[in-house]
Design a binder for this molecule. Sequence first.
Ligand code: LLP
Length: 433
Amino acid sequence: MDQMQYRDGQLFCEQVNLDDLAARAGTPLYVYSRRTLIDHLDGLMQAFAAVDPLICYSIKSCGNLHILRLLAQRGAGMDVVSGGELYRAREAGVDGGRIVYAGVGKTDAEIRMALEAGIGWFNIESEAEFENIAAIARQMRRQASAALRVNPDVDARTHAKTTTGKKETKFGVDLERAHRFFERYGKDAHLHLSALHMHIGSPIYTVEPYVEAVEKALQLIADLKATGVAITALDLGGGFGADYEERQTPPYAAYADKLVPLLKPFVAQGGRLILEPGRTIVANAGVLLTRVQYIKMGGAKKFVIVDSGMNHLIRPTLYDSFHFIWPTRVTPMHQPKTRHRAMHQQGLEKCDVVGPICETGDYFARDRALPPVARGDLLAVFTAGAYGMVMASNYNAQPRPAEVLVDGAQATIIRPRETYDDLVAPERHAQPL
Ligand code: LLP
């Protein structure tokens, strides 16, 4: 799962004692394990080795340049959804040809930038978008490849805000419309429409929705072939779960056991398989460290008030998502045996873990059983590597946390803590237009 482990009641990331680290680097602090990132990427590659996928890491899940560089060096391409993410990918040295670009609202400036970078595939979301990208490519005398994002109408049984593969979401075109799409645009001289893309939701904890989606995609590929259209790449998107609770996610082999046999014939005929994982690579690789500021007894509740909140990790309040939270230093009796919401131990106390932000929704956990904690204690919010720092804001003029990458016994600051000056500097000078 990851390299965040308790030893004699003390939490370590790889070989680094997290209390020592927080004393040096301050809190709140995002800490990532290099080993975990690599294990996940390698594990996914190995599980799917028989169909040799191009794994395009989804930058939106955690976009720190050092993490992108690390993954790119291990063979990952990148999935981007904006000019900003493309800029990050290029800055990290990712080859344009290994970049896929998705998103329903690509602007002309972003499209030009992507054409100049020679990206591998534009993932096309609508007729209007195809026409616009093709027109810009023509003006720029560039050639590019495109994948049509099809909506397989599969229920991935995930949170309403992160489901994407059902018919009524804004993403992709229905399978029935795909044929007309290829008829109409399949012969464009500048934008070669030769691939299919889908992404059915996130996070997904079962293999079945993928099987269903792949079966539909392969059927569409066969039907298109019968009409003379050759599909050369199939991008299955991301969405693979992460262990917010222990053993919540099927192992990579479970996905591969079901999907590889289905995909093998397509790959054997020269088809390219692309995956766009984000969360499964980076979620468990990261923890958010936060320090207890105050304990407050409310009417019927105990509040643990910490120095980070929805401004730094918005998932609990936005999606009602569960993150395991535990003190980084505990007595042997309170060393967690498993990270699970139903973990039972003697001497736990129910409390709300809340932040400093002036919003009722500013919480990490409600009615959570924790060992006794006091002012000054350090808490770890687990599985915070994905959609943590990337969704952080400066609300209430709170600087964003520093980020640290741990490699064995070595910890490196990969993004310094923001300062108050960082917050106000862009506003110091007004510029007449
Ligand atoms: N590809 C596409 C087209 C996507 O839209 C996404 C995620 C991914 C790949 C990567 O999905 P992953 O492997 O990371 O699950 N902020 C939410 C998640 C939003 C996901 C959006 N799309 C959260 O914190 O749960």
